[in-house]
Ligand binder design. Structure first.
Ligand code: CA
Length: 223
Protein backbone atom coordinates (compact mmCIF):
# COMPACT_ATOMS: atom_id res chain seq x y z
CA UNK A 1 0.00 0.00 0.00
CA UNK A 2 1.08 3.55 -0.60
CA UNK A 3 0.54 5.44 2.65
CA UNK A 4 0.83 9.01 3.89
CA UNK A 5 1.49 9.67 7.58
CA UNK A 6 0.64 13.20 8.72
CA UNK A 7 2.07 13.56 12.22
CA UNK A 8 4.14 16.32 13.82
CA UNK A 9 5.53 14.25 16.69
CA UNK A 10 8.87 13.25 15.17
CA UNK A 11 9.32 10.15 17.32
CA UNK A 12 5.89 8.73 16.54
CA UNK A 13 6.21 9.66 12.88
CA UNK A 14 9.55 7.81 12.60
CA UNK A 15 8.13 4.80 14.41
CA UNK A 16 5.18 4.62 12.03
CA UNK A 17 7.35 5.06 8.96
CA UNK A 18 9.73 2.33 10.06
CA UNK A 19 6.99 -0.08 11.15
CA UNK A 20 4.87 0.35 8.03
CA UNK A 21 7.89 0.16 5.72
CA UNK A 22 8.95 -3.10 7.40
CA UNK A 23 5.49 -4.44 6.59
CA UNK A 24 6.24 -3.81 2.91
CA UNK A 25 4.35 -0.56 2.43
CA UNK A 26 5.55 2.61 0.71
CA UNK A 27 5.35 5.39 3.27
CA UNK A 28 5.62 9.17 2.94
CA UNK A 29 5.57 11.33 6.05
CA UNK A 30 4.87 15.01 6.61
CA UNK A 31 4.35 17.17 9.67
CA UNK A 32 2.06 19.99 8.56
CA UNK A 33 -1.40 20.31 7.11
CA UNK A 34 -0.20 22.42 4.19
CA UNK A 35 2.39 19.82 3.22
CA UNK A 36 -0.20 17.05 3.46
CA UNK A 37 -2.63 19.02 1.29
CA UNK A 38 0.03 19.39 -1.42
CA UNK A 39 1.09 15.75 -1.35
CA UNK A 40 -2.46 14.49 -1.56
CA UNK A 41 -2.98 16.59 -4.67
CA UNK A 42 0.04 14.91 -6.25
CA UNK A 43 0.05 11.29 -5.15
CA UNK A 44 -2.81 8.76 -5.19
CA UNK A 45 -2.37 7.28 -1.70
CA UNK A 46 -4.21 4.13 -0.64
CA UNK A 47 -4.72 5.52 2.87
CA UNK A 48 -3.71 8.37 5.18
CA UNK A 49 -2.89 8.34 8.90
CA UNK A 50 -3.84 11.82 10.12
CA UNK A 51 -3.00 13.32 13.49
CA UNK A 52 -5.79 15.33 15.13
CA UNK A 53 -3.55 18.21 16.15
CA UNK A 54 -0.94 19.65 13.77
CA UNK A 55 1.07 22.89 14.03
CA UNK A 56 -0.82 24.71 11.27
CA UNK A 57 -4.21 23.01 11.24
CA UNK A 58 -6.41 20.59 13.08
CA UNK A 59 -7.06 17.20 11.52
CA UNK A 60 -10.84 17.51 11.13
CA UNK A 61 -10.59 20.90 9.35
CA UNK A 62 -7.93 19.55 7.03
CA UNK A 63 -9.94 16.43 6.32
CA UNK A 64 -13.05 18.48 5.55
CA UNK A 65 -11.02 20.44 2.98
CA UNK A 66 -9.87 17.19 1.32
CA UNK A 67 -13.39 15.83 1.22
CA UNK A 68 -14.71 19.10 -0.23
CA UNK A 69 -12.08 18.80 -2.93
CA UNK A 70 -13.51 15.37 -3.74
CA UNK A 71 -10.65 13.35 -2.32
CA UNK A 72 -12.06 10.03 -1.12
CA UNK A 73 -8.78 8.59 0.22
CA UNK A 74 -9.45 6.44 3.33
CA UNK A 75 -8.33 8.27 6.50
CA UNK A 76 -7.46 6.87 9.91
CA UNK A 77 -7.44 9.69 12.45
CA UNK A 78 -5.18 9.68 15.51
CA UNK A 79 -5.93 11.60 18.66
CA UNK A 80 -4.41 11.94 22.11
CA UNK A 81 -7.85 12.30 23.61
CA UNK A 82 -10.56 9.71 23.41
CA UNK A 83 -13.72 11.62 24.22
CA UNK A 84 -16.90 10.66 22.42
CA UNK A 85 -17.34 14.25 21.23
CA UNK A 86 -14.01 14.20 19.42
CA UNK A 87 -14.64 10.81 17.93
CA UNK A 88 -17.94 12.05 16.53
CA UNK A 89 -16.33 15.27 15.22
CA UNK A 90 -13.57 13.29 13.51
CA UNK A 91 -15.98 10.90 11.86
CA UNK A 92 -18.28 13.75 10.82
CA UNK A 93 -15.34 15.47 9.14
CA UNK A 94 -14.98 12.38 6.95
CA UNK A 95 -12.58 10.08 8.84
CA UNK A 96 -13.11 6.40 8.08
CA UNK A 97 -11.70 5.22 11.39
CA UNK A 98 -10.28 6.53 14.60
CA UNK A 99 -7.53 5.48 17.01
CA UNK A 100 -6.62 6.92 20.43
CA UNK A 101 -2.96 7.47 21.40
CA UNK A 102 -1.10 5.62 22.72
CA UNK A 103 -2.06 2.81 20.40
CA UNK A 104 -0.71 -0.59 19.56
CA UNK A 105 1.13 -0.66 16.21
CA UNK A 106 -0.45 -3.99 15.24
CA UNK A 107 -3.90 -2.53 15.79
CA UNK A 108 -3.08 0.46 13.60
CA UNK A 109 -1.80 -1.85 10.87
CA UNK A 110 -4.90 -4.08 11.05
CA UNK A 111 -7.22 -1.08 10.87
CA UNK A 112 -5.35 0.45 7.93
CA UNK A 113 -5.52 -2.81 6.02
CA UNK A 114 -9.25 -3.08 6.77
CA UNK A 115 -9.79 0.49 5.53
CA UNK A 116 -8.03 -0.13 2.26
CA UNK A 117 -9.89 -3.43 1.79
CA UNK A 118 -13.22 -1.69 2.34
CA UNK A 119 -12.35 1.02 -0.15
CA UNK A 120 -11.52 -1.60 -2.75
CA UNK A 121 -7.84 -0.69 -2.49
CA UNK A 122 -8.16 2.18 -4.90
CA UNK A 123 -9.86 5.50 -5.25
CA UNK A 124 -12.77 5.58 -7.65
CA UNK A 125 -12.09 7.10 -11.06
CA UNK A 126 -14.59 9.86 -11.87
CA UNK A 127 -16.08 9.88 -15.37
CA UNK A 128 -17.54 12.89 -17.18
CA UNK A 129 -18.88 12.39 -20.70
CA UNK A 130 -16.38 10.30 -22.64
CA UNK A 131 -13.41 10.99 -20.34
CA UNK A 132 -12.22 9.26 -17.15
CA UNK A 133 -9.88 10.91 -14.66
CA UNK A 134 -7.58 8.12 -13.46
CA UNK A 135 -6.23 8.86 -9.95
CA UNK A 136 -3.73 5.98 -10.04
CA UNK A 137 -1.98 6.90 -13.24
CA UNK A 138 -2.88 10.57 -12.81
CA UNK A 139 -4.09 10.91 -16.35
CA UNK A 140 -7.15 11.65 -18.47
CA UNK A 141 -8.38 8.66 -20.42
CA UNK A 142 -10.68 8.30 -23.40
CA UNK A 143 -10.94 4.74 -24.69
CA UNK A 144 -7.39 3.49 -25.06
CA UNK A 145 -5.93 7.03 -25.30
CA UNK A 146 -4.31 8.65 -22.27
CA UNK A 147 -3.05 12.15 -21.50
CA UNK A 148 -0.71 12.47 -18.50
CA UNK A 149 -1.23 15.34 -16.07
CA UNK A 150 1.18 17.32 -13.93
CA UNK A 151 0.34 17.52 -10.23
CA UNK A 152 -1.38 20.90 -10.57
CA UNK A 153 -3.28 19.84 -13.66
CA UNK A 154 -4.42 16.74 -11.83
CA UNK A 155 -5.59 18.75 -8.79
CA UNK A 156 -7.50 21.12 -11.07
CA UNK A 157 -8.99 18.26 -13.09
CA UNK A 158 -10.07 16.55 -9.86
CA UNK A 159 -12.01 19.70 -8.85
CA UNK A 160 -13.85 19.69 -12.16
CA UNK A 161 -14.43 15.95 -12.36
CA UNK A 162 -15.86 15.77 -8.85
CA UNK A 163 -18.22 18.70 -9.60
CA UNK A 164 -19.39 17.98 -13.16
CA UNK A 165 -21.64 20.62 -14.71
CA UNK A 166 -21.15 22.90 -11.72
CA UNK A 167 -19.79 26.42 -12.28
CA UNK A 168 -16.59 26.76 -10.24
CA UNK A 169 -15.34 30.27 -9.56
CA UNK A 170 -11.71 31.29 -10.07
CA UNK A 171 -11.45 32.05 -6.36
CA UNK A 172 -12.64 28.59 -5.43
CA UNK A 173 -10.31 26.86 -7.90
CA UNK A 174 -7.46 29.04 -6.74
CA UNK A 175 -7.96 28.20 -3.07
CA UNK A 176 -8.54 24.48 -3.56
CA UNK A 177 -5.75 23.88 -6.06
CA UNK A 178 -3.12 26.48 -5.16
CA UNK A 179 -3.99 27.16 -1.51
CA UNK A 180 -5.35 30.26 0.15
CA UNK A 181 -1.98 31.97 0.54
CA UNK A 182 -1.01 31.67 -3.15
CA UNK A 183 0.56 34.92 -4.32
CA UNK A 184 1.81 34.05 -7.82
CA UNK A 185 0.34 35.00 -11.20
CA UNK A 186 -3.32 36.05 -10.86
CA UNK A 187 -4.16 34.44 -14.22
CA UNK A 188 -2.81 31.04 -13.15
CA UNK A 189 -6.32 29.50 -13.19
CA UNK A 190 -6.91 30.62 -16.81
CA UNK A 191 -3.53 29.28 -17.83
CA UNK A 192 -4.15 25.84 -16.29
CA UNK A 193 -7.70 25.62 -17.60
CA UNK A 194 -6.06 26.20 -21.00
CA UNK A 195 -3.67 23.27 -20.43
CA UNK A 196 -6.58 21.05 -19.44
CA UNK A 197 -8.58 22.02 -22.53
CA UNK A 198 -5.61 21.27 -24.76
CA UNK A 199 -5.26 17.80 -23.24
CA UNK A 200 -8.98 17.07 -23.60
CA UNK A 201 -8.85 18.19 -27.22
CA UNK A 202 -5.76 16.07 -27.79
CA UNK A 203 -7.83 13.04 -26.77
CA UNK A 204 -10.54 14.03 -29.23
CA UNK A 205 -12.91 14.28 -26.26
CA UNK A 206 -16.42 15.73 -26.36
CA UNK A 207 -15.91 16.58 -22.69
CA UNK A 208 -14.73 20.15 -22.33
CA UNK A 209 -14.24 23.04 -19.90
CA UNK A 210 -16.60 25.92 -20.66
CA UNK A 211 -16.01 29.50 -19.62
CA UNK A 212 -18.97 31.08 -17.85
CA UNK A 213 -18.22 34.73 -18.37
CA UNK A 214 -17.69 36.73 -15.21
CA UNK A 215 -18.32 33.67 -13.02
CA UNK A 216 -15.87 30.87 -13.66
CA UNK A 217 -15.67 27.53 -15.44
CA UNK A 218 -17.58 24.27 -15.70
CA UNK A 219 -16.76 20.83 -16.99
CA UNK A 220 -19.41 19.39 -19.30
CA UNK A 221 -19.73 16.00 -20.99
CA UNK A 222 -20.58 17.58 -24.34
CA UNK A 223 -20.11 21.09 -25.77
CA1 CA B 1 0.20 16.40 17.02
Amino acid sequence: MKLLVVEDEAKLSRMLQRGLTEEGHQVDVCATGEDAFERLAQVPYDAVVLDWSLPDADGPTLLRRWRERGDAVPVLMLTARGTTGEKVAGLRAGADDYLVKPFDFDELLARLEALVRRSGGRQSAPVVGDVTLDPRKRCLRRGAEEAGLTSREYALALEFFTHPGEVLSRTRLMSSVWGLDFDGQPNVVEVYVGYLRTKLQGLGAATTVQTVRGVGYRLVGAP
